[in-house]
Design a protein around this ligand. Structure first.
Ligand SMILES: [Fe+2]
Length: 224
């Protein structure tokens, strides 16, 4: 390896990228470069709440619960933000965005979603937001965890103001369980990349849902 002084900035940059990957944090540019290709759809799965009875009492975009400053929900708080675009790159405003995922104990907020006695009562498990004029949506949730038979993922369903609903699942970059996952592994490498959340440290709590999170995940969803 050369140690010429004019190589130092490159080496430092490489080191910074390596450090981010070692932490499981990928540069944001990774998810954003996939624009214009439509995002691959995936099944809703068995734990999508199909009726009001299967949904939690609250369905807002904040899936966490606090007592003062103390976080009651188990798991790693995550600020999840994304953008919904059409194939030409135009924002799809006023779309209803739903997410759902299991809690830190691997139990879904769903009648068939695992042992009720194990369920974290302080994790909402499901939430709804609506895209703004830029197509952006935001949630406060937890970093997804694995449950038996599945690699960690967050389900998402988008219902545009007009047109068909779209559903898919969002994955962690570099999780060793991805390669063994029956749904993730059937995608080709471009499709897999399009469903990987891009992580970075939360930069600022400029949005209320970013507060009390150290981790931000971003995704871009391109509808057909
Ligand atoms: Fe799932």
């Amino acid at each position: 390896m050369s140690t010429r002084p004019n190589n130092l900035p490159t080496l430092r940059r490489r080191h910074a990228v390596f450090t981010l990957s070692a932490l499981g944090l990928a540069p944001l540019a990774r998810a954003q470069s996939a624009a214009s290709r439509t995002t691959p759809g995936q099944t809703l799965g068995p734990f999508y709440p199909r009726s009001a009875a299967e949904r939690p009492a609250q369905t807002d975009a904040d899936l966490l619960e606090f007592e003062g400053d103390r976080l009651l929900s188990r798991g790693v708080p995550l600020y999840l933000t994304g953008r919904v675009l059409d194939r030409r790159g135009n924002p799809v405003a006023q779309s209803e965005v739903e997410i759902w995922q299991c809690d830190a104990n691997a139990v879904y907020h769903h009648p068939g979603g695992g042992a009720e006695t194990e369920r974290d009562p302080y994790f909402q498990g499901y939430g709804v937001d609506r895209t703004d004029a830029k197509g952006d949506f935001r949630f406060r949730t937890i970093r997804p965890v694995a449950y038996p038979g599945r690699t960690p993922h967050i389900h998402v369903r988008v219902q545009p103001a007009s047109g068909r609903a779209f559903a898919t699942q969002l994955y962690l970059p570099d999780d060793p369980g991805n390669a063994r996952d029956f749904l993730f592994s059937r995608l080709d490498s471009d499709e897999q990349r399009a469903l990987l959340l891009a992580f970075e440290p939360t930069q600022s709590a400029s949005h209320p849902l970013a507060r009390a999170t150290h981790l931000t995940a971003r995704i871009e969803l391109v509808l057909a």
